[in-house]
Write a protein that binds this ligand. Structure first.
Ligand code: ADP
Length: 446
């Protein structure tokens, strides 16, 4: 096992990694920015090294500084968390070049699956259904032809896109030409790569994703999560399991394992699918990292995914057989963001004056907040995640309502998404499992 891991991340996921490492007897070093010097991961890690000023381009994405920090501190592994460098194949290669283990998939895995247009090709090879659409577009004519064939509406997507950005729905041929040009411009500006492709726009799908673990030879799945409660393609509430007919669930998890095996996948990964009203499912992309919503899977399977990442990176074979992965009860996670749900979810950061997280049976909180914490304005707005487990979905909803009623996060200027989540949990459509990616737009705007 590793002696010391450098954590190249911040916030709740840095803390999550410290917790897994400590239980495995691995020392921790947090590489942090100046803005995060007074943060809980820095306080709780065995060591901390400042790698640059607040903007993430100069700190959390600063590869030379992060590698130097790992070398100086004598770390033999780097855990990238999610975001930042987590899906950067070149960074993973540079770690290896310096004799440091990158805790995640191989650079080859990332290259085969990291870019969405490439991942579609790989899925096709593996015999996994994808949304009808194109490869990377070479011309507007090609887009017009493909859209005429598959039918409108269509969605243009950046090959390098992520985080719900770089997508554009197009309803008519008249709009397509301009939309392609705009999408390419946006993709170039946002991701440094203008490549876009086109897919059929699926109306009212569920977003269902399958968690997998691979060791380079074998792959198992840990069932699926429903992440349909989204705003502007960004997930807000997730649950496991999804509400799907057994046959559809079976098809999904088998397809996910087939695709991950096809590339010899190593580490934890997530295969995202859209499921339409008829129960047809289509692969949309793979995330080659631990995800924000991983705890709901941990709650229903009892597997610690971050620990498994460490063990696999240290060269261990998978410790579980597929039939040893249970699916017990129901889990829900809400993302507590520093945003004002009453004002279009605009950022609402400040200093945390009063803080009370929920507790009691079946409640887990993953958060880096503490009373007195000044939220830095430079990073994403995630303050933490409240996760519950109960025997049934209904009981999990009740438990989450109870947990949110206990929670107090207060301070000047500070607002959170908790009131929004309370409305979702009260909503009759949500309660009967009628969750689709347009839920927020269709059922939550009065
Ligand atoms: P990102 O990597 O930016 O998160 P995804 O490809 O995972 O982008 O898509 C994010 C969300 O966008 C999906 O969960 C879904 O709500 C919506 N979406 C993506 N592709 C389609 C599609 N073909 N039809 C309908 N909605 C889509």
């Amino acid at each position: 096992m590793f002696k010391k891991v450098l954590i190249a991340n911040r916030g709740e996921i840095a803390l999550r990694i410290i917790r897994a490492a400590r239980e495995l007897g691995i020392k921790t070093v947090v590489a942090h920015s100046e803005a995060d010097a007074q943060s809980l991961p820095v306080l709780l890690a065995d060591e901390a090294i400042c790698v640059g000023p607040p903007p993430s381009g100069q700190s959390y994405l600063n590869i030379p500084n992060i590698l130097s920090a790992a070398i100086v501190s004598g770390a033999d592994a780097i855990h990238p968390g999610y975001g930042f460098l987590a899906e950067n194949a070149q960074f993973a290669e540079m770690c290896a070049d310096h004799g440091i283990t990158f805790i995640g998939p191989t650079p080859e895995n990332m290259r085969a699956l990291g870019d969405k247009a490439t991942a579609r090709r790989v899925a096709r090879e593996a015999g996994v259904p994808i949304v009808p659409g194109t490869d990377a577009l070479q011309s507007v004519e090609e887009a017009l032809e493909a859209a005429a064939e598959i039918g409108y509406p269509v969605i243009l997507k950046a090959s390098a896109g992520g985080g719900g950005r770089g997508m554009r729905v197009v309803h008519t041929a008249e709009d397509l030409e301009r939309a392609v040009q705009q999408a390419q411009e946006e993709a170039r500006a946002a991701f440094g790569n203008p490549e876009v492709y086109l897919e059929k726009y699926i109306e009212e799908p569920k977003h269902v994703e399958v968690q997998v673990l691979g060791d380079g030879q074998d792959v198992i799945h840990l069932w699926e999560r429903d992440c349909s409660i989204q705003r502007r393609h960004q997930k807000l509430l997730e649950e496991a399991p999804s509400i799907l007919p057994e046959a559809v669930r079976k098809g999904l998890v088998e397809s996910a394992v087939r695709l991950a095996k096809h590339v010899g996948y190593t580490s934890a990964g997530t295969l995202e699918f859209l499921v339409d009203r008829e129960g047809n499912y289509y692969f949309i992309e793979m995330n080659t990292r631990i995800q924000v919503e991983h705890p709901v899977t941990e709650m229903v399977t009892g597997v610690d995914l971050v620990k498994e990442q460490f063990l696999i990176a240290a060269g261990e074979k998978l410790r579980f057989k597929q039939e040893e992965i249970p699916l017990v009860g129901h889990s829900i996670e809400v993302r507590v963001n520093a945003e004002d749900p009453d004002h279009n979810f605009r950022p609402a950061i400040g200093t945390v004056e009063t803080l009370l997280w929920p507790g009691g049976p079946g409640v887990r909180v993953d958060s880096h907040l503490f009373a007195g914490y000044k939220i830095p304005p430079h990073y994403d707005s995630l303050l933490g995640k409240i996760i519950v487990w109960a025997e049934t979905r209904e009981a999990a909803i009740t438990r989450m309502q109870r947990a949110l009623a206990e929670t107090v996060i207060d301070g000047p200027g500070l607002k959170t998404t908790i009131p929004f989540h309370q409305k979702v949990l009260d909503n009759a459509f949500f309660r009967r499992g009628a969750v689709y990616t347009n839920f927020v737009a269709r059922r939550m705007s009065e």
